[in-house]
Ligand binder design. Structure first.
Ligand code: ATP
Ligand code: MG
Length: 408
């Protein structure tokens, strides 16, 4: 039996000059981290592909589950290697063909090494004839049951059958760091995921209302962050208490303006955390018009406190699209768990939908904003979601038990 390999193709669009080695090194690092413990080892990274060797303990299903979440991978396959020799290729392909009856097939060869004695068409024809004779299978070039991919590289030939699609995007870490404002809701984990897909390192910040409300929203934030680590998200979560400050705001400001004021407070605090972390942007799950606090007028007023870009990757999405994406990412079920957000307690019945910047500035001029920001920062703790002792089971026993089975 020939040794098995994992052959990984990455998207090459826009990969030029110095970006290329950086992209590839980050991708290799992320893949190695994700495959840790599965007995899979980097063999080489030549010819625009990554090749990993599967050790005796490696299990293909486990590898598929992990690689599906590594951004930067276009597709991957379980592959076998033979020397640069047609007869060796034919024999190995025959001995590895999937055992299926009455199927169609097609050979799809390509060459990185152009001085191989046969060109791609000739490889297709010759290997195709051997397979047809041996199996009785028919050729179907358009939509074969068994595609046989052959890649002639500089030192060897790889062949494989089924391609598994990767998630695309860019390797996490190559685009710099952002701070994502993570509530317990549906939208903000999706926003984080979209930034991960664009290669950003994403650190989450969650604001909670303890001790005035339960720990539920914080636990949701921890569990959501844990799911996002499967996509390359940072395991560190900033958990920031703002309940007392919100209570102060409630005592001293007109109800209609509170949500806008809370949001401006959150941005100010998140900005300080961004500076500490060397992050260059904030991220939120806002989408125009979704709720009262997210009218264009209010976004304008909220955004005025920002001294760095506030990225809103969901800004033009409908709720249905966001929910469908949350489901695919694996965060929807957690987001749907009941849990008091810090804002629910303090949300007025009729928030303004057209806040005016002059009014907000006038209200804020009477408040000790700097002290409040410092107070919130002073109470912030950094949770490592892999080692955090919080136990979601005590809150939502059956549902969380099932989730933990899915996500380990
Ligand atoms: P989500 O599903 O993300 O909670 P939402 O539709 O409920 O979104 P809002 O509650 O208005 O929207 O919040 C808008 C955005 O503000 C959120 O997507 C999130 O980025 C940020 N945000 C809101 N509450 C919090 C919080 N408690 N901690 C951190 N960020 C928050
Ligand atoms: Mg919310």
């Amino acid at each position: 039996m020939t040794e098995s390999y994992v052959l990984i193709h990455y998207g090459e669009v826009g990969l030029k000059g110095q970006n290329r080695p950086m992209f590839i090194n980050a991708l290799v690092r992320n893949i190695e981290q994700r495959l840790h413990g599965l007995d899979v080892h980097l063999d080489h990274k030549r010819s625009g592909r990554l090749v990993f060797r599967m050790g005796p303990r490696a299990r293909w299903d486990d590898i598929v589950a992990r690689l599906r979440t590594v951004f930067g991978i276009a597709y991957f396959a379980r592959a076998w290697r033979v020397p640069l020799d047609m007869t060796a290729l034919e024999e190995a392909v025959l001995s590895h063909l999937p055992k299926r009856e009455g199927v169609t097939f097609a050979v799809r060869a390509r060459r990185a090494r152009k001085d191989f004695p046969l060109d791609s068409m000739e490889i297709n024809r010759r290997l195709g004839a051997v397979v047809a004779r041996h199996t009785g299978w028919k050729v179907n070039l358009g939509n074969p049951d068994v595609p046989i991919h052959v890649e002639v590289l500089y030192r060897e030939i790889f062949f494989y059958f089924d391609k598994v699609p990767g998630p695309g995007g860019l390797p996490v870490g190559i685009s710099g760091t952002v701070i994502n404002l993570l509530s317990g809701g549906i939208d903000s984990p999706v926003a984080a995921w979209r930034m991960l897909k664009r290669g950003c390192e994403v650190i989450n910040v969650h604001f909670h209302g303890q001790p005035l409300v339960s720990q539920a929203s914080e636990i949701k934030a921890i569990e959501l962050t844990r799911v996002l680590t499967e996509w390359g998200g940072s395991p560190r979560l900033y958990s920031v208490p703002i309940g007392r400050v919100q209570a102060e705001i409630m005592k001293t400001t007109p109800p209609a303006y509170r949500v806008v004021l809370y949001r401006r407070l959150m941005l100010r605090v998140a900005q300080e955390i961004a500076r500490r972390e060397g992050a260059l942007a904030l991220v939120t799950g806002e989408s125009v018009g979704q709720v009262a606090s997210q009218t264009l007028h209010n976004l304008y007023v909220i955004n005025q406190v920002a001294e760095m870009p506030v990225l809103r990757p969901l800004i033009g999405m409908d709720k249905e699209e966001i929910i469908a994406q949350a489901e695919r990412i694996g965060t929807l079920e957690l987001s749907n768990l009941p849990g008091e957000d810090c804002c629910t307690l303090f949300t007025p019945k009729h928030p303004v939908t057209k806040a005016r910047l002059e009014d907000v500035l006038e209200i804020e001029a009477q408040q000790p904003w700097q002290a409040w920001v410092q107070q919130a920062l002073g109470g912030a703790k950094v949770v490592d979601v892999h080692t955090s002792p919080v136990d979601a089971l005590q809150y939502w026993p059956e549902r969380v038990e099932r989730l933990l089975q899915v996500h380990g």
